[in-house]
Design a protein around this ligand. Sequence first.
Ligand SMILES: *Cc1c(COP(=O)(O)O)cnc(C)c1O
Length: 471
Amino acid sequence: MQYISTRGGMAPATFSDVLIEGLAPDGGLTIPDSLPHYSFSDLEKLSKLSYNDIAFELLQRFASDIPPADLEGIIKKTYTKEVFGTEEITPAAAIMDDLFILELSNGPTLAFKDVALQLLGNLFEYALEKRKDFLNIVGASSGDTFTAAIYATMGKKNVNIFMLTPFGRMSTFQTAQGYSILSPNVFNIAVDGDFDLCQDIAKAISEDAVFKKEYHIGAVNSYNWARVAAQVVYYFKAYFAAVKKVGQKVDFAVPTGNFGDILAGYIARKMGLPINKSVLATNENNVLDEFFKTGVYRKREKSEVLQTNSQSMDIAVASNFERFLYDAIGNPQALKSYMDNFKKTGLIDLRGTEILKKAQNAGIVSGCSLHDQRIMAIRHIYNMSGRIICPHTAAGVAVGMQYKEEGIPMIFLETARYLKFEDSVAEAGIKVPERPEKWKGLEQREQKYERMPSDIGAIKSYIAQNALRAA
Ligand SMILES: *Cc1c(COP(=O)(O)O)cnc(C)c1O
């Protein structure tokens, strides 16, 4: 399988190339030039396999440049009971006859981002070793990407990671989770400023071609194709867990921010998985819900982005959406002109076009949830099943229930564990359970971070001083 750019300006590249590069050189996103297709009889065979064996079957199609034995080793090393708490890796728990919670948050940082990033960390290490190369990863996040990226790269050979976070502006749990990693290749930069400022600085550093080349600056953004590929696996696994017979249809409800997770479901459906529909669930930051309802995709101003209790979905644009648009528009030149225009105006208006019809018939329906609806959904699931869910998962439940069809199982993606959001649990009137041993006293542990002013020059020189470099 080869990879191309959504905007048409990249020579076909391998999986390992796009893993290391992240973004395509023409500013587009990388996509496979074709997808494998699974018939019902293929699916039947897959349905009997373990998580790791499904992962191997699917990922060897995507990563066809990695020798199968090597890929198998990487998968085996990544998806273990030690790291994910269960051999099933992403178990689907039935909460009623045809309602399931897909547990994606059993990884080391208690968010679904671990499923992809744990693999990415090992893939980076493997690919860099092969190429005799190294990477200095620079990123900014105030949410689950922050900790998931650190846990995925800590202790890895030939990788240093520099994460910019807004000092004093994250939840105490998240802060402690990330800053308590003392690994020598992890550099937490606690910036005096808000998240947008951190992101602007990280972006400016990545866009400085000279600096990037000298220090081999890399990224772990959600638009990295390898993350999407890794996420396709759990859609298959969940499907097999929910159906009585291969061929039966299911629905997925997906709490959505950057359109990464739901894109993986869309890809799985294109590969032949019998998904009836995916429910795209946003919070008040409803850029994508608005698009699917009206055909207008409008970037939000920074001042318009609301802070919610589901902060990992608080977005102004959805960085993976371009891959979906590419399919709907159907040609890279046209997509490029829409994206160029979007850069200028912050708007893509597809009202009244065939493109929109195609987008609206691609198996995705959408809805938006409000704060109180999410809190109610937490209470509702608790009353029904005794399970506690997080406010992101609750967005999926709140919107998903509106689209529940008789006789079609619905699978709610659990994108984070409630443990990270004890305040919301309390707000829902549920007594917060005692934390598992592993997370007790997290906030009191020793922390390692460098507090810095929001001065790009100073941050660059800090990175330069601590970066891996050519021998
Ligand atoms: C990142 C994140 C999301 C949004 O996922 P996307 O792939 O950006 O759509 C939802 N819930 C949680 C808990 C997250 O960390």
